[in-house]
Ligand binder design. Structure first.
Ligand SMILES: Cc1cc2nc3c(=O)[nH]c(=O)nc-3n(C[C@H](O)[C@H](O)[C@H](O)COP(=O)(O)OP(=O)(O)OC[C@H]3O[C@@H](n4cnc5c(N)ncnc54)[C@H](O)[C@@H]3O)c2cc1C
Length: 528
């Protein structure tokens, strides 16, 4: 049996950071296991191919029918391959705000207040603007200004300003609130995944083994300690040994799935799938939170926005050639080019809605092709109250888990979303965006709560930020403790979006990478 010091399961946003940090000094034998491939291709590297990845090249999970969405199922794309979801995401670089992390600390996550996590965000970051009190310049994760943004994205920011809303050039500095153009995880016009940041630079080091196209089936547990993992590759199963420990970084859906397949989870549920119970942990797979999101859309008489008309398609073809030659132009678009954070509820301690402005018409996650030019405005609920679950559908590790985000179960989420959608429309109706001749694709009486609720239930879905299913805390029920160690077992840490006790107020890639950075330190500290 092959053996290593550490095995990291999942080469995604967090797993790449953990594995890279553990392996980089050459003193530990580290094995990174990833179910997907190397992801070293033009589709991943070219930002403008994101719609293809979102539609095709990922796990393409579906939720169970959602009562709050009129019984519709939701789409849950998740990245597969090195980089994980950072290899298919919209590259928006956001950390969440001070309030989020101070609240984690107040919830029992000792050592996770904003001032505790800020040094790790900075350590990870290579911001092309340079370093300051809030930003790092020497880390592996490249953060860049957009070198191209559509005129409608700039008009969106001007429209917010016309409504006297604050504008900003840095959502990750002293203040998060405001509207502006997003910074992105790109380098020289290419997508910069967590794997490109942490794994690729050391992939040839002798102490570092990367096993792609390899599925982890379950953990091997002996005498209260995780000693290895059972993997499957090309139809055959084998066991790999981990002398010092295993880090589970398979993401908010697959980390709880792997724990449950290994006998760690709600006992009755495990027994129902014929799995021997090692630890009865009711919270594994619970506490699922996600940003419920509504996309308002307008077609424009102007063909300035990105579009699938003949003219728009020819423009994109030329842009692909430009990107191949110079790594510049429209194909560097993250699509979510601009956005903002604002409070729509009077008692919010921090912005409660985030907007993503896309200079294109977007329907059904881009899976429906619309032959028109236009723009779309996402509004999502930043701190939803609804809670869902991830459960096993089968005892086979290759089968999709059963995902139930329970969207809009709590009426407070609907109230925030309604207010967010109303502000979306006020922004679109301001002169800077009106200049492009927009027509509302989904008109609704915004003054009529019931009509707006119906429209939201008919069209809302995720903005791709599931978290919380292996909750961190210092209470006995928490899945991991504040050093990310699994409660009740030796030799196992969990590091990915699943450990967030409460979803952060913003996109979740940078926070997942920060969690990976911290986990590497916790693992190394445990060696002493
Ligand atoms: C379409 C989309 C757009 C997004 N846009 C943004 C954005 O613009 N900005 C932002 O900050 N965030 C964005 N996000 C969210 C962000 O990318 C994720 O929250 C983050 O990548 C999660 O990191 P993670 O480490 O928890 O999991 P992941 O990055 O998903 O990594 C999990 C890894 O584990 C592997 N794995 C799973 N099961 C197994 C197994 N059994 N065996 C071996 N390997 C396994 C997977 O293949 C995957 O590589 C977006 C997400 C999506 C899907």
């Amino acid at each position: 049996m092959e053996s290593f010091d550490y095995i990291v399961i999942g080469g995604g946003s967090a797993g790449s950071a953990v594995a890279g940090r553990l392996a980089v000094d050459g003193t530990r034998r580290v094995c990174l296991i990833e179910a997907g491939g190397r992801n070293d291709n033009i589709l991943v590297k070219t930002p403008g191919f994101m719609p293809f990845l979102l539609k095709n090249a990922n796990y393409r999970y579906e939720t169970v029918p959602q009562k709050g969405l009129n019984g519709r199922t939701g789409y849950q794309p998740r990245g597969k391959g090195l980089g994980g979801s950072s290899a298919i995401n919209a590259m928006v670089y956001i950390r969440g705000g001070r309030w989020d992390y101070d609240n984690w600390a107040a919830m029992g996550c000792t050592g996770w207040a904003y001032d505790d996590v800020l040094p790790y965000f900075k350590r990870a970051e290579a911001n092309e603007r340079g370093g300051d009190d809030y930003h790092g310049a020497g880390g592996p994760l490249f953060v860049s200004d957009q070198h191209y943004a559509n005129p409608t994205s700039h008009a969106f920011v001007e429209a917010a300003a016309a409504l006297q809303l604050r504008t900003t050039t840095d959502f990750n500095g002293a203040r998060q609130d405001g509207f502006g153009i997003y910074q992105v995880t790109q380098r020289n016009g290419e997508r910069w995944t967590s794997a490109r940041a942490y794994v690729e630079p050391i992939r040839d080091q002798g102490n570092f083994t990367i096993r792609t196209d390899t599925l982890v089936e379950r953990l091997v547990i002996e005498g209260g300690r995780v000693t290895g993992v059972q993997i499957r590759r090309g139809g055959a199963s084998e066991t790999l040994l981990a002398r010092r420990g295993v880090v589970l970084s398979a993401g908010a859906f697959n980390s709880p799935q792997i724990l449950m397949l290994s006998g760690i989870g709600p006992a009755a549920h495990l027994k129902a799938h014929g799995i021997d119970v090692v630890l009865d942990r009711t919270e594994v797979g619970g506490n699922l939170q996600d940003h419920i999101d509504y996309v308002s859309g307008w077609e424009t008489t102007s063909d300035v926005p990105i579009g699938s008309t003949l003219k728009g398609s020819l423009r994109m073809a030329a842009a692909i050639v430009e990107h191949r030659r110079k790594r510049t132009g429209v194909m560097t678009t993250p699509y979510a080019e601009a956005g903002g954070f604002w409070s729509v509820m009077p008692d919010s301690p921090a912005p409660d809605v985030q907007w993503h402005f896309v200079p294109a018409v977007l329907e059904d996650h881009g899976r429906e092709k619309v032959k028109a030019h236009g723009f779309s405005l996402h509004a999502c609920v930043l701190r939803p109250e609804s809670r869902g679950t991830v459960r096993l559908g089968s005892a086979d590790a290759a089968a999709a888990p059963v995902i139930d985000p329970n969207f809009l179960d709590d009426d407070r989420d609907m109230a925030v979303l309604r207010a967010g959608v109303r502000l979306s429309h006020r922004i679109a109706e301001a002169p800077p965006l009106q200049a492009f001749g927009p027509t509302d694709r989904h008109p609704v009486d915004l003054n009529d709560d019931a009509a707006l609720n119906a429209m939201i239930r008919a069209r809302a879905d995720t903005v791709y930020h599931p978290v919380g299913t292996c909750r961190m805390g210092s209470d006995a029920e928490a899945v991991v403790d504040p050093t990310l160690k699994l409660n009740g077992l030796e030799g196992l840490w969990v590091a990915d979006a699943s450990v967030m006790p409460k979803i952060v107020s913003g996109n979740t890639n940078a926070p997942s990478i920060m969690i990976g950075e911290r986990c590497a330190d916790f693992v190394m500290a445990a060696e002493k």
